[in-house]
Write a protein that binds this ligand. Structure first.
Ligand SMILES: [Zn+2]
Length: 252
């Protein structure tokens, strides 16, 4: 009982596996590679392509075929042939190769089914893939720069020392003016930080997110800095100029 089951299993697996092996069994392995042009996953190709074969050690000659017509003969390794699909009729074709060994034995390759399409078809298919991607990238750039513009305008109106919302990307402190600002979610991430432009002084820098307590301290520092500017005693020269200015207005 057990043996018969095993036999049945072997027979079944052989039956299923056999058709799949038919192509791989070819002594000459034929591959197609795009050199310059278009190829789709479905086998539509256009442009410059190269056919390669790998086979027995004693291979001395390979003839490449497009359908029944010989495309070319190569009598020394590497056994490869470059061709342009535009030099052949459009439509479905079968590419294959027949090799000859030094012992005079003929070896056949697997067959590749391809469809030669026009350059326009290839371009249109490529554009269908690339254009939406470009569109998405372009929209993201527009969106993030709008966001940055809108964000910086609102920030500039913020009174000194006002607590601000730093958002999901966290806040950073400007290396030049020392004022804290929220980082943009969409801005370029450069490992050590994000590339950001300070909305207050316009300085570009790679800034890391800073803990909230430091940001709050920097907000406070803005306020203290502003107060110290207002209450700072004027130097002698400044005091004199101010007096002159005032007197000028009084005279008028
Ligand atoms: Zn700044």
């Amino acid at each position: 009982m057990r043996t018969s089951l095993l036999l049945l299993f072997c027979a079944l697996s052989f039956a299923f596996a056999a058709p799949a092996f038919a192509q791989d069994d070819a002594e000459l392995k034929l591959r197609l590679s795009r050199t310059f042009g278009y190829s789709s996953g479905a086998g539509d190709i256009q442009g410059l392509f190269t056919i390669y074969v790998a086979g027995p050690e004693d291979l001395v000659k390979v003839t490449f075929y497009l359908d029944e017509e010989a495309m070319g003969e190569v009598a020394q390794p590497p056994f490869e042939l470059r061709f342009n699909t535009d030099n052949y009729p459009l439509g479905v074709h079968t590419i294959s190769a027949i090799g000859l060994t030094s012992a005079g034995r003929e070896v056949r390759s697997n067959e590749l089914r391809v469809k030669f399409v026009t350059a326009e078809e290839g371009f249109q298919a490529g554009a269908r893939i690339v254009l939406p991607l470009l569109g998405v990238a372009f929209a993201a750039i527009i969106f993030s720069s709008l966001l940055a513009f809108w964000g910086s305008g609102k920030l500039k109106q913020l009174p000194l020392g006002a607590p601000r919302n730093y958002g999901v990307a966290g806040g950073a402190i400007c290396v030049r003016c020392g004022r804290p600002f929220p980082r943009h979610f969409f801005s370029l991430n450069l490992l050590i930080g994000k590339l950001e432009r300070c909305p207050f002084c316009g300085k570009w820098a790679i800034v890391a997110a800073v803990p909230l307590e430091k940001l709050r301290a920097a907000e406070q520092a803005e306020l203290e800095g502003a107060q110290s500017v207002m209450t700072a005693p004027l130097s002698e020269g400044e005091a004199l100029r101010k007096e002159l200015d005032n007197s000028r207005y009084i005279d008028l």
